[in-house]
Design a protein around this ligand. Structure first.
Ligand code: GAL
Length: 741
């Protein structure tokens, strides 16, 4: 019975039920450069044109990369038996930069504008082209040769069609309607709002059903069905209160009366596992911190509890100062050594103390992975100083700083288009006062991060540091920078010219170059390499004195991305991480993200987000929050501020987890902790909830049973005699295991 109910999940989560009658699926086309109106006609003889692959830009296929104008032609014959349904869909992949598309001489679509158009040239290089035609259109020649002719204009390299090639098919319901959901408040409770709309000029009759289901036993908590006629440009809305219980699932289904096809959208309600913090002061940060001799100290003790709170120390080493109001430690110490002292935090409800050690030494930076915020995953290139300040202020006001989040890092797009005549880098109009921003962050015990590239240009097309490394490092020092993300990107152009791609040293050289100037500055600048893992960067990151190195390309807020970047790519990297240098699987994709002015909720479900944060903690990864903190909701706040989860990430032993065993969809990742326990993540990467027994993996974990078991998210001790739990689809059980002696 249980098995049957659990597999219900898989059925529910199958996004679309339908069919699509395919008329054409190909990557091959005829191709010519130039531009003549007769190229669009069916009868035109293209037999002398060359063949081309439409899934790759023409630059890779022997076409002069400077080409601006070109045509593609694709022939196909739709059979008379294919004449079913109402619309035909043409999926053309993406086109660099503009296209005008014809079927048998009749225009069926255009994306972007040509230089000759009245609006002037504008690129739409990243937009996938999808055009529709009614099935009864005269343009379609049933049973005969048809020609799709695509006129292209390329503004900048690369050029032409790329993506999956061309497909033509009869539109199914999923092509014709869109059904989406988002979280909403319904009757004062957490809910989901559904929007159903028609993308084509047709009326569709059908049923919209909403269901709230308990995934543990299949029980339906709430449901409704509504008959409707969906009309073009008249979206239909529906909503349901979904609550905040673990393991529930909200499903909206629209079924077309005529064809019986249906589309679905699924929402897993968010649920909070982290228990509320006590009102009394509680230290949440590890009792160690390291600086180089003589470098300024900017450190904030992370303590939760009701405010106001006061901080004091009776044995503070000479040279240090503790701000009694916000717990910010400042000052500097010239002599290398260990400096232990005690810090007391007090509020109206009680007090707490921490025995703390400041390590001073050339090799003492980044003793634990950095925690903080970066602007990229939310604002992308539209970051501004005000947006940075609002996330930094929220980091303090919402209490994330009480959990150790300290870095505030500006990613790309702060640079002005030109340097000063002396070659100094300058900020653009969006950042009126870098030095002031740095001072304000430091006064609050936060740290200031910035971004550049060893190339002439950054990924976003802004100025990089090439040939100005020393000047830039000096500017960073003037502004009070504590973290540099140094992104390969524009260096590629130079690297190709070097013609020595085969040597690892050519990958190391630009990073070594900047390291010299960074380390000459009289302050600690966390050195974060970003070159997507090329040439096993984890093997030589420490040789360029880096404090972390990105191991992969960019993450996005989807489960396939978390699977690829986290679960797949981090296997086997554990030996390379440790105090001073960390593997970086990219920033967190929780909360409101969007890489632009337009932010949206992370597309990861609640369970996927628990898995994401659990894995990143186990991996001793950089914990850089990628969302707008000023818009942080309770769910995300609790996800980021669980002191026991964060303690795994920050554990002073600094041993990264590795994959211990893989058992079907279950992956077991584990790392030893400094207190002799083992942190274990039991992940269910499958599409169905399933029961997992930890006992099965004791041998693989190298232990002979558990003397103690703690559920880290829920912060409760568990019964060691029954180490079995239901782990939801894409979910996790994060544990601290005390091995039996
Ligand atoms: C990418 C990098 C991103 C972001 C972006 C900025 O190369 O991986 O994290 O920094 O550049 O343009």
């Amino acid at each position: 019975m249980k098995r049957k109910l659990l597999s219900l999940t898989a059925v529910l989560l199958t996004a679309t039920l339908g069919f699509a009658q395919t008329l054409l699926q190909t990557r091959d086309a005829k191709f010519t450069i130039g531009d003549k109106p007769e190229y669009k006609q069916t009868e035109f003889d293209d037999s002398s044109w060359r063949n081309i692959d439409m899934s790759r830009n023409w630059d890779h296929q022997g076409v002069d990369p400077e080409t601006h104008e070109a045509w593609y032609r694709i022939h196909f014959t739709p059979g008379n038996n294919d004449k079913k349904g109402e619309y035909i869909v043409f999926d053309l992949g993406s086109i660099d930069d503009v296209d005008e598309t014809f079927l048998n001489g009749e225009k069926i679509g255009q994306t972007g504008t040509f230089p000759g158009d009245k609006e002037g040239y504008s690129t739409a290089w990243s937009t996938p082209r999808r055009y529709f035609l009614p099935l009864n259109s005269k343009a379609i020649r049933w049973g005969k040769d048809n020609v799709i002719a695509i006129r292209c204009y390329n503004g900048n390299q690369p050029g032409g069609m790329y993506g999956q090639g061309v497909s033509v098919r009869v539109a199914d319901l999923a092509d014709m309607v869109s059904l989406t959901n988002k979280s909403a408040t319904v009757d004062g409770k957490p809910g989901s709002k559904v929007e159903l709309s028609c993308k084509l000029p047709v009326n569709i009759q059908g049923n919209l059903s909403l269901q709230l289901i308990d995934l543990a036993d299949g029980k339906v908590f709430d449901s409704s069905v509504r008959k409707l006629t969906l009309r073009p440009n008249k979206p239909v809305f529906a909503e349901m209160a979904v609550g905040d219980k673990e393991n529930t699932c909200f499903v909206a289904t629209f079924t077309d009366k005529k064809t019986g096809q249906s589309v679905k959208t699924v929402y897993e309600p968010k649920y909070i596992l982290t228990p509320a913090a006590p009102e009394t002061p509680r230290f949440n940060t590890v009792p160690v911190y390291g600086v180089r001799p003589g470098s300024p100290v900017h450190y904030r003790f992370g303590v939760s509890g009701v405010k106001p709170m006061t901080f004091s120390s009776t044995d503070l080493p000479a040279g240090l100062f503790l701000n009694p109001e916000n717990g910010v430690l400042s000052g500097k110490i010239e002599k290398a050594g260990e400096y232990p002292f005690t810090v007391k935090a007090k509020n109206a409800k009680g007090e707490a103390t921490q025995n703390f050690t400041l390590y001073v030494g050339d090799d003492k930076m980044a003793l634990t992975p950095p925690m903080g915020w970066n602007s990229w995953n939310c604002w992308g290139l539209s970051v501004t100083q005000d947006r940075v300040i609002s996330s930094a202020q929220a980091l303090i006001d919402k209490g994330l700083a009480d959990y150790g989040y300290a870095y505030i890092n500006i990613d790309d797009a702060w640079e002005a288009p030109e340097r000063t005549p002396e070659g100094k880098i300058v900020v653009n109009e969006k950042f009126p006062d870098m030095k002031g921003l740095g001072d304000w962050l430091h006064d609050n015990g936060l740290k200031f991060g910035i971004y550049s590239s060893p190339g002439d240009l950054t990924c976003g097309g802004y100025l990089g540091s090439l040939d100005h490394e020393q000047q830039d490092a000096e500017s960073y020092n003037e502004w009070g920078i504590d973290y540099l993300k140094y992104d390969w990107c524009g260096y590629n152009t130079k690297h190709v010219k070097e013609r020595d791609r085969a040597t690892v040293s050519s990958y190391i050289r630009p990073y070594l170059h900047m390291e010299k100037y960074l380390r000459e500055q009289p302050r600690d600048i966390f050195y974060s390499l970003c070159q997507y893992g090329m040439r096993d960067v984890w093997k030589w990151g420490r040789d360029v004195d880096a404090n972390s190195w990105r191991t992969t390309g960019d993450i996005v807020d989807t489960w396939p991305s978390v699977l690829e970047i986290g679960f797949k790519s981090q296997k086997g990297l554990a030996p390379y991480a440790g105090p001073g240098g960390w593997n970086d699987p990219d920033m967190l994709v929780v909360g409101k993200v969007g890489w632009s002015d337009n932010l949206r909720d992370s597309r990861l479900t609640a369970n996927e987000q628990y898995s994401h944060i659990s894995l990143w903690s186990l991996l001793a990864s950089n914990m850089l929050i990628g969302c707008d903190i000023s818009q942080l909701d309770d769910f995300t706040l609790n996800l980021l501020c669980n002191n026991e989860v964060n303690a795994i990430n920050q554990d002073v032993l600094g041993k990264q987890a590795d994959l211990v065993t893989e058992d079907g969809d279950i992956q077991v990742w584990a790392r030893p902790l400094s207190d002799g326990t083992i942190a274990v993540g039991l992940f269910n990467l499958g599409e169905e909830g399933t029961n997992v027994n930890l006992g099965k993996y004791y041998k693989a974990l190298g232990i002979n049973g558990a003397a103690g078991l703690r559920d880290v998210w829920r912060q409760t001790d568990l019964d060691t005699s029954k180490p079995e739990w239901m782990i939801p689809r894409h979910g996790v059980r994060l544990l601290k295991v005390t091995p039996r002696k």
